[in-house]
Design a binder for this molecule. Structure first.
Ligand code: HEC
Length: 145
């Protein structure tokens, strides 16, 4: 017949609890989450009571690339070319653009860059690159045929 001494029983139970505890700690320690936390970048955003977040990419302060023809049109050309001010051919006015298109797209680029009668050089967008102006012309032509 097997008899348990209380002390032996206690140490058996305590041993099981202790080893379970150790297993749990080990599991937590090596979980993906805790590793990610430990190797996360310095400077990550931590708010009390919330998990730390990875650093947020900073919003671009300056334009990163050339503006699209559509953007340049909206910002610099639409004032005249959507209203027909000063006799500007309107975007979408196929009849107004057809004879201009016949002059050849290179001529239209040149006139947009250098100015042409009531058309101011670069549409007065002095910080526009030549390519941005050409893209704006292309945007107008594409929407006027
Ligand atoms: C202040 C008004 C005004 C602004 C701003 C303006 N234009 Fe014009 N644009 C005109 C006028 C007026 C004409 C017609 C000129 C003519 O045929 O005598 C014209 C004509 C043109 C033509 C046809 C040129 C040709 O040879 O027939 C192009 C291309 C053009 N503009 C592009 C642009 C672009 C691109 C922008 C913006 C970057 C722009 N324009 C901004 C007034 C403007």
């Amino acid at each position: 017949m097997i008899t348990f001494k209380p002390a032996a029983l206690f140490s058996l139970v305590a041993g099981v609890i202790l080893s379970l505890g150790a297993l749990t700690v080990a599991a937590n320690h090596d979980s993906d989450e805790s590793i990610a936390e430990r190797i996360s970048a310095v400077g990550s955003l931590c708010i009390e009571g919330e998990k730390c977040k990875a650093p947020v990419a900073k919003a671009a302060a300056a334009p990163t690339g050339p503006r699209s023809g559509e953007d340049v049109y909206a910002g610099s050309c639409a004032a005249c070319h959507s209203t027909g001010a000063a006799g500007a051919p309107k975007l979408g006015d196929v009849a107004a653009w057809a004879p201009r298109v016949d002059k050849g797209v290179e001529t239209l680029f040149a006139n947009a860059l250098n100015g042409f009668n009531g058309m101011p050089a670069k549409g007065m967008c002095m910080d526009c690159s030549d390519d941005e102006i050409k893209d704006a012309v292309t945007h107008m032509l594409d929407n006027s045929k």
